[in-house]
Design a protein around this ligand. Sequence first.
Ligand code: SF4
Length: 199
Amino acid sequence: MTSKSQSLRSLLADVRSCEICTEHLPLGPRPVLAAHSNARILIIGQAPGTRVHETGTPWSDPSGDRLRDWLRLEPEQFYDEKQIAIVPMGFCYPGRGKSGDLPPRPECAETWHEPLLERMPGIQLTLLLGQYALDRYLGTRKKKTLSETVHAWKEYRPDFIPLPHPSPRNNIWLKKNPWFEAEVVPYLRRRVKQVLRRR
Ligand code: SF4
């Protein structure tokens, strides 16, 4: 249970010792996230894969390399939690299903997102990566498919930018939708630069 007066630091300690859905986690709990009360950009992805579970560093995999390229950020800036918070839909590796990793555990965002976001009042831009983040944060504003939602990115400005997951598994999607790298990525870079420049 969280109380309104709890600090972000103390809340993060609670998150890091969370065992709410242990029974569903094949490798056990290891929450991977980054948050700071001064953060200005929030990245909401899906859940760690095995590599991120091993390293404990978010986005320390090929998906992260592509995401940093989309944002045009060096690792040093990307991992500065005073600027960029990384709060995925599920903080622990959820295991593998028939067609890749399982969805983020639903208990996770339900339990932790609201108290975490309440303690980061300076967030000016939220990047929503993949269907689970779009479902939770755009709700009825999202379109029928992820592609349609990303294509309608202008509707969600200035607070949100909907994005496909940068996983190499999405290479075919990126090839089929060249407008994404031609229009959305340049806007994303401009907007990130603008927000990080502001004090
Ligand atoms: S996935 Fe989230 S809810 Fe489940 S144990 Fe990890 S931190 Fe807790």
